[in-house]
Design a protein around this ligand. Structure first.
Ligand SMILES: [Zn+2]
Ligand SMILES: [Zn+2]
Length: 432
């Protein structure tokens, strides 16, 4: 090999594979140059591919992480180059299959590096060179599939992203301040753990696993279109309009089966059908029996709630709010109402503005009335303490009054104190 020395792509050919972006950054770090330097090195070569690219586009100046795992022509050229130079296979450390099988969706691959601090820690313990996994680049995957913990995208100390082409440190240290990325700035709480297969990307992991066994040439381009055609026919032949409707929520109109879809839509459709993502994208569903189609009303991940269904529910929610209000003997707060009905305060505010105002006003008035009642009660008790015979055994100080009346009435401190002060002042002005 040439001027570059060989380093190994980590976990090559497995779903845990290092991403090509991570590899390029490691290559830069190991050679003591910036990643930009490596890109320029490749584009200085006078191969016919490079010439063809440069004639058309010039030399790419800035490449961010999604360029280096994506499907752009500059990236393909670099992948091919590094493959030839090193004799290792690199295209499977990119999202090559997105270009082949899916509709283009620019938001599906992250623009920044994300990582799992716990995975970095494990690599460190095992003495593995720290690397970014390909699966961490998928935007809709927010948690580690191994640790189920939330992925991070910013340094816990300086809060900076890790996209810089200048690689001063190994990948598990912040390139800006040198802080360890094996840390989190807060200790893990229950909220940091994923409770769904979706956010941790179990389905994408299985897809990467299947894809690791097949050759790039063998992945059909029109698999998804075939799958949709098959499903459409299945639904029509079996009069399963419910399934059709569920699928249409994410892909309108469903009947237009000549189109590819994004990875996100494919994930949702495969989930509804209860089939592996791989089978869905290769279009080989004839051997499969669907299902059992999941019961979508319970236990479905948040992203699966279709927009249409929510719109239908407004009337019913209004009915439930009104039922709740009429069942209460005192006007409840908006917060309590929202909680009972299972919506947010903001939802009622936005959706039923007038009703929301009415609930707030009535609750406020009710609270004021209650307060007034308590004040009367406190005033009566305070005067009683200084005047009535049954209290004659007590020393007539305000402190004593508070002690006794607090015990007797259970009224709040600030109300009692004010009432005692009023009574005391009124009576002493009488005496003087
Ligand atoms: Zn992890
Ligand atoms: Zn930092």
């Amino acid at each position: 090999m040439s001027d570059l020395f060989r380093i190994e792509l980590q976990q090559s050919g497995t779903p845990e594979t290092e991403s090509f972006a991570s590899y390029m950054y490691r290559l830069a770090y190991e050679h003591g140059v910036s990643a930009g330097e490596i890109v320029r090195y490749i584009f200085r070569k006078n191969t016919s591919e490079v010439k063809k690219y440069k004639d058309k586009n010039g030399v790419p100046k800035i490449l961010i992480s999604n360029d280096l795992v994506g499907t752009g022509s500059a990236n393909e050229l670099m992948v091919d180059f590094i493959e030839k130079e090193t004799g290792q296979e690199f295209y499977k450390s990119t999202f090559w299959f997105l270009k082949t099988s899916f509709a283009r969706c620019i938001n599906e691959v992250r623009k920044e590096f994300f990582w799992c601090p716990e995975c970095f820690k494990e690599m460190d313990i095992k003495g593995v060179p720290p690397y970014f996994k390909l699966i961490w680049h998928v935007s809709s995957i927010t948690h580690c599939h191994i640790h189920r913990t939330r992925l991070l995208g910013r340094c816990p100390k300086c809060d900076k992203k890790q996209n810089t082409m200048i690689r001063k440190y190994p990948n598990n240290l912040c390139q800006h301040c040198g802080e360890s990325l094996m840390k989190r700035n807060t200790s893990l709480s229950q909220d940091d753990f994923s409770n769904s297969w979706y956010s941790a990307g179990d389905d994408v992991l299985m897809l990467l696993n299947k894809l690791s066994y097949i050759n790039r040439k063998d992945l059909p381009k029109d698999g998804i279109v075939k799958s949709y055609e098959f499903i459409l026919n299945y639904c029509l032949n079996n009069s399963d309009y419910e399934l059709l409707e569920q699928l249409s929520d994410f892909r309108r109109p469903f009947r237009n089966t000549k189109r590819k879809v994004s990875l996100l839509i494919a994930r949702r459709s495969a989930y509804i059908l209860g089939i592996p993502l791989f089978d869905f994208i290769v279009g080989d569903l004839s051997q499969l029996t669907f299902g059992p189609v999941l019961n979508l009303t319970s236990a479905r991940p948040a992203f699966m709630r279709p927009v249409k269904k929510v719109i239908k529910d407004h009337e019913e929610i209004l009915l439930r709010i009104n039922n709740f209000l009429s069942s209460q003997s005192n006007p409840p707060s908006l917060r309590r109402t929202a909680k009972y009905v299972g919506v947010s305060v903001g939802y009622i505010d936005y959706r039923f503005e007038e009703l929301s105002k009415k609930i707030k006003k009535e609750h406020q008035e009710h609270k004021s009335r209650l307060m007034l009642k308590k004040k009367y009660k406190a005033q009566k008790a305070a005067l009683g303490f200084f005047l009535e015979d049954k209290y004659s055994k007590y020393n007539k100080s305000r402190k004593q009054a508070y002690k006794v009346l607090r015990e007797e009435t259970g009224l709040p401190k600030f109300i009692l104190k004010q009432a005692i002060q009023n009574a005391y002042a009124a009576l002493s002005s009488l005496v003087n």
